[in-house]
Design a protein around this ligand. Sequence first.
Ligand SMILES: C[S@@+](CC[C@H](N)C(=O)[O-])C[C@H]1O[C@@H](n2cnc3c(N)ncnc32)[C@H](O)[C@@H]1O
Length: 354
Amino acid sequence: METTHKVYFKDSSNLSEVESDSIDLMITSPPYPMIEMWDSLFSSLNGEIKQTLEDKDGKRAFNLMHQELDKVWIEVTRVLKIGGIACVNIGDATRKIGKTFQLFPNHVKITNFFQENDFIELPCILWRKPTNSPNKFMGSGMLPPNAYVTLEHEYILIFRKGYIKRKMPPKSENRYNSAFFWEERNKWFSDVWEDVRGISQNLNENNINQKNIRKRSAAFPLEIPYRLINMFSLYEDMVLDPFWGTGTTSLAAMISARNSIGYEINSKFMGLFKKNMGKLRKLNNEINNNRLHQHLEFIKHYRNKVKDIKYNSALYKFPVITKQEIDVLLYCIKNYSEDENKFILNHQKFEFAQ
Ligand SMILES: C[S@@+](CC[C@H](N)C(=O)[O-])C[C@H]1O[C@@H](n2cnc3c(N)ncnc32)[C@H](O)[C@@H]1O
């Protein structure tokens, strides 16, 4: 199987290289309005934002920043297929404007846009970001009533374009091959994720410079797009990230044997992306091995409760809980080539040594 991955270093408010109704899944994390690290980017997109912030008009700055994001969401609406899914990772912002500490609920603004523009809202996921710092609490210390709750979660907002679910050919082999395990379903489709650091630590280890770039880029953990891609798309689908950053969504698409397109206004992240690509084959094998070993571990415990498991994986031969998992198949990367921000990958079936 072959997949292609293309990155355009330009403003995603115009996705002119992408045909209408051609994208199966959009996964992205935009710059977060009213988080200071993104002030200069929003101000470069609209000069009025800088002035409004200087004038301490928080509400207007918040609205203007979302108007910039809306331009991209309009394009996303055009290029997504009917029945395609849009997943937006976003955090709310807290900020002192003048002397007043307040919340800017980014997830509400984005939800409003999608609800008003042909999308159906689906249940969202909250993922918890670990904050251990004793200084994380804000406000009047131990004295009521003016202490503030700390934000320790982000949202993954999930929308479907249109009322109609995506149509699948009956018994589509690709769909059954793209199945995930029963116990993964139970974990991934839960509305609170508390365990998302995991596999992203394999990228950028032992390299302080790369860690810094990742921090400045506000990259999300690889586990997030990896799960979402496996939850909401099939092998060979096309995944779009209009706020590509360091390309985490494309890396996740690569190890999940999907195609991808990214847009990024800042080309400086390409170096880090290429470095991470060099580690991708190894990481892909590790992730596959982990998933299959975790499945075997799960089956061992499950057997204590239920002696007779009815089904077996056709390829891997181990037991699976449901009929839908029989054709589960994982791919790994055989080789890849690169040509001007376009990557072509060859994938092969992943063999599992138990
Ligand atoms: C939160 S970061 C995305 C991080 C990414 N998910 C990752 O894992 O690296 C948002 C990115 O959007 C980019 N960006 C902001 N506005 C943009 C626009 N209008 N067009 C394209 N890229 C934009 C920023 O440069 C930044 O890299």
